[in-house]
Design a protein. Sequence first.
Length: 252
Amino acid sequence: MSETKTYPPLEKIPTHVAIIMDGNGRWARARGLPRLAGHRAGTENLRRIITASVEFGIKYLTIYAFSTENWGRPQEEVSGLMMILEDVIDRELGELHKEGVQLRHIGRLEQLRPDLRQKVLDAIELTRNNQRLVLCVAFNYGGRDEIVCAIRDMIEDGIQPEQVTAELVSQYLFTHGVPDPDLIIRTSGEMRISNFLIWQSAYAEWYVTPTLWPDFGKDELYKALVDYSQRERRFGLVTPSPCAPGDRADAG
Ligand code: IPE
Ligand code: IPE
Ligand code: MG
């Protein structure tokens, strides 16, 4: 794919794109490689997608990298995924920082090895003032776990029942301060949420592609954005359409 390829401007760009980066294992299996080789290829692809997101004007990119359920995978795969997280920070942090990427983490860090946890915290601290793209890394993230944490924190803070509103709940989630995702992409064809952003996705648009994550390049991202730009989001309302004679704007 030529680097100089131009992409026609889009009518509307989602502010926040979230990606369930799925299919690394199948990508590796199709090549007779171990699953970890698929995860490594997936990580390399991530670099491309971050750069493309900046270029397309996306402001928030959330990536699902490790779920609370993924701990149940074979020990070797779990420790391999931890190692990959560490390598990515070591290798990519400087460049991401230069590109103006602000790193955030959603999920629970306390279950990670202390040195790895510290590495993540240092990366967040280093990039905290960057404004070009907010990259939220969902690592040891589960939507249910996030809601459980929020409820616990609200109780601990002495929040009274009548104070509980949707806005307040949002403020207690790991994603506080981040707008809800406009577009959620899932690669590898699975049509399920897998415990990802279950609160925040209430009105997200979904885009599922059979392409496996390591193969989901810039062209594929652009295709998803084109698809999104043609969607009509209604948020439970009715479409403001050209009125038929006798129609009233407030009717129906
Ligand atoms: C997604 O790829 C990455 C993680 C869940 C960590 P998978 O490892 O789930 O790949 P498949 O679904 O087995 O192909
Ligand atoms: C979702 O993928 C989690 C990540 C991409 C990190 P999974 O592969 O774990 O989801 P299921 O098991 O197919 O639902
Ligand atoms: Mg999977």
